[in-house]
Write a protein that binds this ligand. Structure first.
Ligand SMILES: Nc1ncnc2c1ncn2[C@@H]1O[C@H](COP(=O)(O)OP(=O)(O)OP(=O)(O)O)[C@@H](O)[C@H]1O
Ligand SMILES: [Mg+2]
Length: 249
């Protein structure tokens, strides 16, 4: 579960988040769409405090932080409530696939190496990458690297998964395998997911709800059918028109 209330974030003079309110229920899949530079990544990064908001409430799976009053330990606890999947995978290049996946369970969660290894092997088997267990990330395709990054996020065991354009760095031919994995995770594992994406077709099929962000605020939200077929706000209509044109190219 994610609860965000009146969230504000500035970079210097630039006001990027201007009072964002958002709720995501347990097991719900919500996609955030919107033009470039409107604060989508910043919002996601604030949820696990990769960016520090100036004001607002963030509650992830029952752990609540007030941006104006919190300790370092609070930030550390909040971070453990979610796991993030980045556009550029962010795997550690000099560690193998197995070591990347085991790192957080061993170092942060203090699991035994045996237990972490067994769990990592099982996840790799499920996502069809058992043969890459001892490979270094640089020897994998982009799609495989992103699937390993998702495996690492699964191993962390947080209920809440945050995806920031998980397919935008991929060759178009590799997008499908990553989207299929995310779809499978959403359907069979009931994770709570917040996904920033420009893949409208994917957002349409996977999401319980679509959130449209523009210029630091949430302009409109609704079910995929409401959002894509019956948008209410003028800004949303303009944004979707652009995507319809792109689809026809
Ligand atoms: N670390 C930073 N320092 C200064 N400005 C930043 C920083 N990160 C983001 N910004 C600015 O904040 C605004 C919002 O950026 P953000 O990355 O959240 O947009 P976005 O909606 O994710 O865009 P995109 O769809 O292109 O990924 C932009 O104007 C960006 O230049
Ligand atoms: Mg972004």
């Amino acid at each position: 579960m994610i609860h965000i209330e009146n969230l504000h974030k500035k970079f210097g003079e630039l006001e990027v988040l201007k009072g964002v309110d958002l709720d995501v229920q347990n097991g719900e899949v919500v996609s955030i769409v919107g033009p470039s530079g409107t604060g989508k990544s910043t919002l996601l990064r604030c949820i696990n405090y990769l960016e520090r908001p100036e004001k607002g409430i963030i509650d992830v799976d029952g752990f609540r932080i007030d941006a104006e009053h919190h300790s370092r330990k609070d930030v550390y606890t909040l971070r453990k409530q979610s796991s993030m999947i980045f556009q550029n995978f962010n795997l550690i290049s000099n560690k193998t696939v197995l070591e990347n996946i085991m790192l957080s369970p061993v170092v942060v969660q203090k699991k035994s190496k045996e237990e972490a290894r067994a769990a990592a092997e099982e996840i790799l088997h499920k996502i069809g990458l058992s043969d890459k267990i001892n490979a270094k990330p640089s020897t994998l395709s982009g799609g495989q690297q992103q699937r390993v990054a998702i495996a690492r996020a699964i191993a962390i065991g947080a209920n809440v998964m945050l995806f920031d354009e998980p397919t935008s760095a991929l060759d178009p031919s590799l997008v499908g395998e990553v989207l299929n994995l995310i779809r499978d995770l959403a359907q069979t594992h009931q994770r709570t997911m917040l996904i920033v994406t420009h893949e409208m077709q994917f957002a349409h099929t996977i999401s319980d709800r679509i959130v449209y962000m523009d210029a630091g605020v949430i302009v409109e939200q609704g079910s995929p059918d409401e959002f894509f077929n019956h948008p209410k706000e003028e800004k949303t209509k303009q944004f979707l028109k652009f995507y319809h044109l792109k689809d026809k190219e």
